[in-house]
Design a protein around this ligand. Structure first.
Ligand SMILES: [Zn+2]
Ligand SMILES: [Zn+2]
Length: 306
């Protein structure tokens, strides 16, 4: 299961209601910040999320409304001694901007206590460990080297409480041992291992996050069947010409992708304050009912098949 917290849902410029792009994705103890627009530190603090374990930022691309907040966030992580390492994943443009911000603006006089890793993105797996696979895929947006991200939990087999009950394993300590993978001894002397009390396999949740984007034509197979897709929809469908000129999507572009890819739920972000939010929601729902328009501080749980 993933927990999403939308920290900035506005397009290009912060407004009274919306910060610019930032999304926190949490899975068990892991935290990934996707983009870090101006004011992200303030949004994290306003949402009472804390800075612990905030050690990995994935940049969709290097436009300033997605990266400018890195300066104050990294500076504060260092100042407060929160963590020792910050890992930045991005295309070449995003990493170049990140280096300028950190080396020339935040820490022009030397190395901080916080070590920063700059990890160039390429299509494919970024990491696979402890039941989670994270991968990147290319996204078209102006002439940037932009990426989207796919978070996939591996299928798993949880302990079956009825099976344990039937075997008389009621004590919490014994159940914890089995959960850790240790074997236990039953009162009649038999030894029992974890595999004997596992329930049927359960699928893991799948989440796709796409930032700014000008064409969805290559994305259908990449996001096929995900439990939740987060994607920009900066323009209403009547403004398709403007969307093309500016390298962004309309509501119809995003909902068409979701429908054709069999996405279960859709969240539209990177919202322009030129529109009435009720009209945006009504238009999106008429095209793809399981949709919501992200607002700052929205929290969403993503479960497999939910
Ligand atoms: Zn943007
Ligand atoms: Zn952009």
């Amino acid at each position: 299961m993933f927990h999403l917290t939308f920290l900035g849902t506005g397009a290009t410029v912060p407004s009274a209601e919306r910060g610019v792009s930032a999304l926190l994705v949490e899975q068990e103890a892991r935290r990934f910040l996707v983009d870090c627009g101006e004011g992200t530190l303030r949004q994290i603090r306003a949402a009472h999320l804390g800075l612990r374990r905030l050690d990995r930022i994935l940049f969709t691309h290097g436009h300033l409304d997605h990266i400018l907040g890195l300066a104050s966030l990294a500076g504060t992580l260092d100042l407060w001694g929160q963590g020792h390492r910050l890992c930045l994943h991005g295309g070449a443009d995003a990493l170049k901007t990140a280096r300028i911000l950190l080396d020339q603006v935040v820490w022009p006089h030397g190395h901080p206590g916080l070590a920063v890793d700059y990890v160039p993105l390429a299509p494919g797996c970024i990491q696979q460990q402890d039941g989670l696979r994270l991968s990147a895929f290319p996204v078209r947006h102006h002439d940037t080297d932009s990426f989207g991200f796919l978070f996939e939990e591996e299928p798993h087999r949880p302990l079956d409480p009825e099976r344990m009950e039937a075997l008389g394993i009621t004590e919490g300590g014994q159940r914890q041992k089995l959960a850790r993978g240790d074997s236990i001894r039953l009162p009649d002397g038999r030894r029992l291992d974890r595999d004997s009390v596992l329930g049927p396999p359960e699928p893991g949740a799948r989440l796709a996050v796409i930032g700014d984007c000008e064409s969805v034509s290559s994305l259908t197979e990449v996001v096929r069947g995900v439990d939740l897709l987060v994607i920009e929809a900066t323009y209403r469908s009547a403004d398709a010409d403007l969307a093309r000129q500016r390298g962004h999507l309309t509501i119809a572009d995003a909902t068409t992708l979701a429908r054709e890819a069999g996405v279960r739920q859709l969240v539209l972000t990177h919202q322009s304050d030129r529109y009435d939010p009720d009209a945006v929601l009504a238009e999106a729902r008429s095209l793809f009912p399981p949709v919501r328009i992200a607002r700052d501080f929205d929290r969403i749980e993503v479960r497999a098949g939910a």
